[in-house]
Ligand binder design. Structure first.
Ligand SMILES: N[C@@H](CCC(=O)N[C@@H](CS)C(=O)NCC(=O)O)C(=O)O
Length: 213
């Protein structure tokens, strides 16, 4: 087996698991509970020099940025599934929402989550926390508009952009107590019905997963 995913339940690596499951791509899964001290150790930094999850190895090749991991798996192993070609009319929307889930949402959600945990070095100022929450609120407003008349973010149906966004919605609900409009909640509930996502969340307490809708 060439692909090895280093994963911590509930973290961004859920997206990597989800895409691998959607594509049915064989991989070896190495699961670690979150442990800041261990992640900072030389042993773990030999796996991921950034001391974070996720990390994907393809043989000796290491990829650590989540969206890059998704793109790598899609382009190398996906045979065009769940992605959009550059000459397709939905290409711009695809890229936009693929990245919105991480850069426009998860990064801010992670800051607010770390702040709420009140642990150094993740504590920020109240003003910065409010700023992060406001960024997520704006992204949710755009999502609300985009989902009018759509089940998934693209007209063609489910894509990797939904994986990016779906995880951001789960992350915000679980870690910052964010609640959603009926339309966004309906979208999240449709994503939660996907067997590949259920598998990617199977190592979390199932009451918490059920509470997501
Ligand atoms: N930009 C990275 C962020 C990765 C990241 O921050 N991962 C979190 C888990 S979701 C982590 O391992 N945090 C540990 C830490 O920052 O100490 C990506 O998109 O993969």
């Amino acid at each position: 087996m060439t692909l090895t995913l280093f994963h911590t339940p509930g973290t961004r690596s859920v997206r990597a698991r989800w895409v691998l499951e959607e594509l049915n791509t064989p991989h070896d899964l190495k699961t670690f509970e979150y442990d800041g001290e261990y992640f900072a150790s030389d042993e773990f930094r030999a796996i991921n020099p950034m001391a974070k999850m996720p990390a994907l190895y393809d043989g000796k090749e290491l990829i650590i940025e989540l969206i890059a991991i998704m793109q790598y798996v899609l382009d190398r192993y996906g045979s065009g599934q769940l992605t959009v070609a550059a000459d397709d009319p939905e290409f711009a929307a695809y890229l936009q929402w693929l990245h919105m889930g991480e850069s426009g949402m998860s990064g801010y959600i992670a800051t607010s989550f770390g702040h709420a945990a009140s642990v150094d070095p993740y504590k920020v100022t109240e003003a910065h926390d409010q700023y992060c929450r406001y960024q997520v609120e704006k992204a949710l407003g755009m999502l609300e508009e985009r989902l009018e008349g759509r089940t998934y973010i693209l007209d063609r149906g489910f894509s990797a952009a939904d994986i990016s966004l779906g995880y951001a919605l789960i992350f915000a609900a679980v870690c910052t107590g964010t609640t959603y409009s009926d339309r966004v909640q309906t979208y999240l509930s449709a994503l939660l019905k996907r067997p590949a996502l259920q598998k990617a969340l199977s190592d979390l307490p199932q009451e918490a997963v059920a509470a997501l809708g």
